[in-house]
Design a protein around this ligand. Structure first.
Ligand SMILES: *Cc1c(COP(=O)(O)O)cnc(C)c1O
Length: 405
């Protein structure tokens, strides 16, 4: 493979289209009362995106507050262990607050400030997006309310404390299963009521347009850095990039600037949970089908009547019934491949990575590692595989300790 130059500054991908669609996926499926807010947000974001001052400000905070650029790390012992391709880790786990989520939280907080909105709301599942949002709100002096399922609050008590410490109000959601999906519903209800003064910082490349596009754009920095670092280090692009996929934000962020590089294989890894049986996993491409959930059209785990299925994963960040619409689009085009990893595989590899590299990965990111180790074995030593290590596992050690007995 030859050395590629960085892509031109202008977007080569024009999707989503003006109506927010990636082919049949995406779009705007919200109550009438939110249409104006979403149109206003799309206009404000489009303007900000083209404003060099906004981009410079964002770059400044990504460096100084979040800790970018993140390292591209050669995982020598995991490479030896697999006995095939060279394995590199893109170290998003080293970012402030522990995961890639801060990239998007910073971008949207700056946008809210630019729109003159002083009040921020967000949903959170495990609490990672809530913590990132609380941190940027503290930094910029914005009023912050985070909706979180009551069950999740109990499971992730430490993250609730972190958010409150940084000045956020955490509201317990007692409806439905009292988890992430219900927290999103509650956040949308709040937004409808308070939209004039409030910006909703959605945490993944999901939901209604413009969120899938905007969240993707705020995470593109991952792939842009990776491209530069890989060319500087190896004089070429990698053969494959692997990332875990919950809503899909870290994955589309690292993939996007490689979409035109057809020699670079792109693989998303979903949560296989306790195996591909109804209600036991969150692999939307294993048994999910087209539907609408929380503002956008995409692959969803649902029953015959369109009721959302229960999902399960050892990692809360991948435990969601819908996948970002752009992933569904590129899967149809066979540009992004998908696989899944089970809870058991993840637990084993969580320990392996910790022991061999001295890096404790987030359980979410470990899904990508599981698949990468299988792939590396099938590849030759002159090939290169990159894993996007989306977050660190400090938040998971208690849970893993309990599971290991
Ligand atoms: C939230 C989270 C994810 C899943 O979200 P995506 O939008 O799919 O990236 C993955 N890894 C970590 C560490 C997370 O906190």
């Amino acid at each position: 493979m030859s050395v590629s130059r960085p892509p031109p500054a202008a977007d080569r991908h024009s999707l989503p289209d003006a109506s927010g669609h990636f082919g049949v996926y995406g779009g705007v499926f919200v109550p009438e009362t939110l249409m104006t807010a979403l149109e206003e947000l799309t206009a404000a974001y489009t303007e900000a995106k083209g404003d060099p001052k906004f981009q410079a400000e964002l770059r400044h905070h990504l460096k100084e507050f979040a800790g970018r650029p993140t390292e591209l790390y050669f995982a020598e012992r995991l490479t030896q262990h697999a006995g095939g391709a060279k394995i590199y880790l893109k170290r998003e786990d080293l970012l402030h607050t522990g995961a890639h989520k801060i990239n998007n939280a910073l971008g949207q907080a700056l946008l809210a400030r630019r729109m003159g909105k002083q009040r921020i709301i967000a949903e959170t599942g495990a609490g990672q997006h809530g913590v990132a949002t609380a941190a940027v709100c503290a930094k910029f002096g914005l009023d912050c309310t985070v909706y979180m399922g009551a069950v999740d609050m109990e499971r992730q008590a430490l993250n609730v404390f972190r958010m409150r410490l940084m000045g956020a109000k955490v509201v317990a959601v007692e409806s439905g299963q009292k988890t992430l999906k219900d927290a999103v519903n509650e956040a949308m209800r709040d937004w409808v009521t308070n939209v004039r003064v409030t910006h909703y910082i959605l945490g993944s490349a999901l939901g209604s347009h413009p969120y899938p596009m905007m969240v993707r754009d705020f995470h593109r920095v991952i792939g842009q850095e990776l491209r530069e670092q890989m060319v500087a280090r190896e004089g070429r692009l990698p053969d494959e990039i692997v990332a875990c996929v919950g809503g899909g934000s870290n994955a589309i962020g690292v993939f996007f600037d490689f979409l035109d590089e057809t020699n670079v294989k792109l693989t998303g890894v979903e949560a296989g949970g306790r195996g591909i049986k109804r209600g036991e996993h969150a692999a939307r491409f294993e048994g999910g089908r087209l539907g609408v959930l929380q503002g956008g059209k995409t692959y969803i785990l649902q029953n015959e009547d369109g009721q959302i299925e229960l999902t399960h994963s050892v990692s809360a960040g991948l435990d969601y019934a819908a996948i970002g619409p752009e992933h569904a689009y590129y899967r149809d085009l066979q540009r992004i491949q998908f696989a899944y990893a089970t809870d058991d595989e993840v637990l084993a590899t969580f320990q392996l990575c910790s022991r061999l590299e001295g890096i404790i990965p987030a359980l979410e990111s470990t899904h990508a590692l599981v698949h990468a180790l299988k792939r590396a074995k099938e590849m030759s030593p002159d090939q290169i595989l990159v894993v996007n290590l989306s977050g660190r596992g400090d938040k998971d050690v208690q849970q893993v300790q309990r599971m290991l007995g």
